[in-house]
Ligand binder design. Structure first.
Ligand code: SF4
Length: 305
């Protein structure tokens, strides 16, 4: 019998990979799609924590990551034993974790969030009078504390891609523009960059901001996130001058090495069932990690319905 193969691709993969996919999206969109996918094989052109999330949400499917090396610095910078001790040192706090975390990490969490729903979920918890700790992204947590006046204790890991954006290079680039310039940024970027931004939001949020832009068509729009999304933005608004934010003077060259391991050859092989199969999570690990993910998905479906 022919196997049903569904290919998912994150916005940060190369355009050619996105063209091979049944669904392109950010973490939240792909998680929801994976949960409902009627597939024997899910090929996840993204990074390992995303493929793990797909497996947790759709355990009957075979989930294949095209390249076993596709990790994420937010995962590799987090020692799960140390995280457990940190979490236990705040017994009266709710532990909110960004989806960019391993399955073991998720199992130590009360809520999972994505960059799209993090503001709303943490706001909801504070409205209920809860105390919150946030992991693993230090930059995102610092931004939330700054933006909303929270005092969340933060775990200290960063996205090695977004953490490279810096205020000095941005100021130089913005200052070199003759005319209007805007900056939109992903909350994994450092706080001084986020404070300069005209809009801070998730990958999909930034894409929507660009789609709906109705300002001066001559303006330069700098985008502080992984370079893959520039492709989708350019397709949506070819009339705009969209540029990736610099990471140092003259270099608009910030891309995620793990996402770019999803080559055409690797994705084609994965569609034949060859790659890293996510088969190492125990049922108990998946059950524990599923609870905070489902909590987020249910919240999102109610909140954004
Ligand atoms: S862009 Fe950053 S957060 Fe996303 S997968 Fe790469 S290292 Fe991880």
């Amino acid at each position: 019998m022919t196997q049903r193969v569904v290919t998912l691709a994150h916005y940060y993969t190369q355009p050619e990979i996105q063209q091979m996919a049944d669904k392109v999206g950010d973490s939240l969109e792909l998680s929801l799609f994976a949960r409902e996918a009627e597939a024997d094989i899910i090929v996840f052109a993204g990074v390992r924590f995303m493929a793990e999330t797909a497996k947790i949400l759709n355990p009957n499917a075979t989930v294949i990551l095209p390249d076993a090396g596709s990790t994420c610095s937010l995962v590799t910078q987090t020692d799960v034993g140390a995280l457990k001790a940190w979490r236990e040192s705040y017994p009266d706090h709710v532990h909110v974790s960004y989806i960019n975390s391993s399955a073991e990490h998720k199992a130590l969490s009360d809520w999972i969030v994505t960059s799209r729903n993090v503001d709303d979920i943490i706001g909801h918890l504070y409205e209920q009078g809860q105390k919150v700790i946030f992991s693993p992204d230090r930059n995102m947590g610092a931004y939330l504390n700054y933006q909303y006046g929270y005092d969340m204790p933060l775990w200290s890991a960063v996205c090695e891609v977004h953490d490279k954006f810096n205020e000095a290079a941005l100021n130089e680039a913005l200052g070199a523009v003759n005319g209007e310039a805007y900056l939109i940024a992903h909350p994994e970027s450092p706080l001084p960059v986020l404070k300069r931004a005209d809009y801070v939001g998730s990958t999909s949020g930034m894409l929507n901001w660009v789609k709906q832009f109705s300002g001066n068509p001559e303006a330069v729009i700098f985008v502080a996130t992984e370079d893959g999304i520039l492709y989708n933005m350019g397709l949506a608004r070819p009339d705009l001058d969209l540029r990736q934010a610099p990471i140092y003077a003259g270099c608009q060259c910030n891309s995620c090495p793990y996402m770019k391991m999803n080559t055409i050859e690797a994705v084609k092989r994965a569609q034949q069932g060859i790659g890293l199969e996510i088969d190492y999570l125990t049922p108990a690990q998946m059950d524990a990690a599923r609870v905070p993910i489902e909590r987020m998905l249910d919240f999102s479906q109610r909140y954004y319905a």
